[in-house]
Design a protein around this ligand. Structure first.
Ligand code: PEP
Length: 255
């Protein structure tokens, strides 16, 4: 039985005081939700705050990006070892906003995935199609291409230490959620792709759904057999909503 996992992606939102209130709300809301796992991926400047506030709790923390390089003259970049210094468990890689706005290619995402694994973190690797791609019927080809680059680059042992997030681009921040059936179909496809590499890894792999997960749709999504939790953007900035989504994962895990 795979563990359910809910991770918040704060994107470029937050201020020290606001974060404090948010994390206090999350901590008290999930303290007794013992059946699933939880995390928040915060902007770099707030990693120290997350570390201090979340240490010893059942909420892990992480970052939203990293450099594929260990160190060097890369102004503005953050090395994997720096994230490890702040106790990061997770790092989001290949988010569609980074692919679209920062021109990150599949090859760069694969190199970052590798760097995260080597540093001992769990990459949350995002894949997903645009609306045009879905409407043209090429969702599986797009997702397969995004996955293949990483699978071929890092191999089964590294994939086993990762989390995959299926995030249809048309559902991110739009309020449009994939139906549980649409999401389940792509999650099953992802698992089958990984099974071609290694069956055991595929069965154990945690595959999150991301794209406008809210308290009112989390339960139906998390009930699907290949949906192992969620990567949550907007709703992770509201403690009550994030806790409600964590609670749905906890209930799904408890069966
Ligand atoms: C995301 O940014 O990863 C995301 C899923 O955002 P939202 O939940 O706001 O759609």
């Amino acid at each position: 039985m795979r563990q359910k996992l809910v991770v918040g992606n704060w994107k470029m939102y937050g201020r020290l005081e606001r974060n404090r209130t948010l994390l206090e709300g999350v901590l008290s809301g999930v303290r007794d939700l013992t059946q699933a796992a939880y995390g928040v991926c915060v902007p770099y400047p707030y990693l120290a705050q997350a570390q201090v506030m979340l240490q010893g709790s059942n909420v892990a923390w992480g970052a939203q990006n990293l450099s594929q390089h260990e160190e060097g003259a890369f102004t503005g970049a953050v090395a994997p070892g720096m994230l490890v210094d702040f106790g990061c468990r997770y790092v989001i890689i290949g988010h569609s906003e980074r692919r679209a706005l920062f021109h990150e290619s599949n090859d760069i995402a694969a190199a970052k995935f590798d760097a995260a694994i080597k540093a001992g973190m769990t990459p949350i690797f995002c894949v997903g199609e645009t609306l045009v791609e879905r409407e043209s019927g090429v969702t599986e080809q797009v997702v397969a291409r995004q996955l293949d680059v990483v699978l071929n680059h890092v191999g089964a042992a590294a994939v086993a230490k990762s989390v995959i997030a299926y995030e249809p681009v048309w559902a991110i921040g739009t309020g449009k959620t994939a139906t549980p059936e649409q999401a389940q179909a792509v999650h099953a496809f992802i698992r089958a792709q990984v099974a071609q590499l290694d069956e055991q890894t595929a069965q154990a792999l945690c595959i999150l759904y991301g794209g406008s997960v809210k308290p009112n749709n989390a339960e139906q999504l998390f009930a699907m057999p290949d949906i192992d939790g969620g990567l949550i953007g907007g709703a992770s900035l509201v403690a009550e909503d994030f806790v409600a989504i964590c609670s749905a994962a906890n209930a799904a895990a408890a069966g």
